[in-house]
Design a protein around this ligand. Structure first.
Ligand SMILES: [Zn+2]
Length: 277
């Protein structure tokens, strides 16, 4: 079939884009207030996530949690659930629409409908300097999903059991004593911690490249509500080449929890005030 290009194609393409959600209309995360609170905090717990596995951890509202690269470059797939009701979980798509394709300091991780409230706020990010590279790549994306055995089977015909989806499902089953068919639907699209990704300019395809993360780099969050976190040390390692296999070099990730000496001078965000007619 011949593709017909309209005469005014150039004009139609030249229409200027409009930002869908203006940052100025989002509630202010009050980073200076959080930084002052952080200075009072002491470490209250930690959890080491082994390579090609996931672990869950609890973070009370008002505490901070930090994810650190240790031993070698490693990407982590992060899920967040409300500890009060894990059906309320991180909403990657809406977070992307609100903040952009990649998160850094000052951005929030928003929860699913009907709550749509900030679950966590990024308070520190040692990879903030990376910005957007010449390929359009950046770090900590909310555009990927999580590596999973179903897509791997679809594309390769092979079964692989240590995908982030599988790891997160297993970790949540253990944490909440759930059966697989209860836990698996609660696993959701992730924040790809330390992962460097973008879309190719010519074909619009999702790409990854070796993460710029190095041991000692970290991203830190303030828990706005009581949270259960799930973190998988992706079998892709630094995600520079292979995925969903045992080929890549993989390293652990460290999760640390920090408890402030006083409560935050802010109320926990409530569920969305929207009411159906
Ligand atoms: Zn993965």
């Amino acid at each position: 079939m011949t593709r017909i290009i309209p005469e005014d194609a150039v004009e139609r393409r030249a229409v200027r884009p409009v930002i869908c959600y203006l940052n100025e209309t989002l509630p202010d995360p009050d980073l200076p207030g959080l930084q002052a609170l952080r200075l009072t905090a002491r470490k209250s717990g930690e959890c080491l996530v082994p390579p090609r596995e996931a672990r869950c951890f609890h973070v009370p509202a008002g505490h901070f949690f930090r994810i650190t690269s240790v031993e070698g470059p490693q990407v982590g797939d992060l899920n967040l659930w409300s500890a009060a009701d894990p059906r309320e979980r991180f909403y990657s798509g809406k977070t992307r629409a609100l903040h952009g394709t990649h998160l850094t300091r000052g951005d929030r991780m928003w929860s699913s409908f009907p709550n749509l409230r900030p679950m966590a706020t990024v308070t520190e990010d040692t990879l903030e300097w990376y910005g957007i590279d010449e390929y359009g790549g950046s770090v900590h994306d909310v555009i990927g999903t999580r590596c999973d055995p179903y897509t791997h089977r679809l594309l390769s015909g092979q079964d692989y059991h240590h995908c982030c989806h599988s790891n997160l499902t297993n970790a949540l089953m253990a944490e909440l004593s759930l059966a697989r068919d209860e836990a698996e639907p609660l696993v959701h699209d992730v924040l790809n911690v330390f992962m460097c990704t973008g879309f190719t300019r010519d074909s619009g395809q999702y790409f990854m490249k070796a993460s710029p993360v190095r041991p000692g780099d970290y991203i830190e969050f303030f828990a706005e509500i009581d949270l259960i976190g799930g973190l998988s040390a992706c079998p892709g390692g630094d995600c520079g080449s292979a995925h969903s296999s045992d080929a890549a070099a993989c390293h652990p990730l460290l999760v640390e929890i920090f408890a402030p000496a006083r409560s935050a001078a802010r109320a926990q965000p409530g569920p969305s005030a929207y009411r159906w007619p």
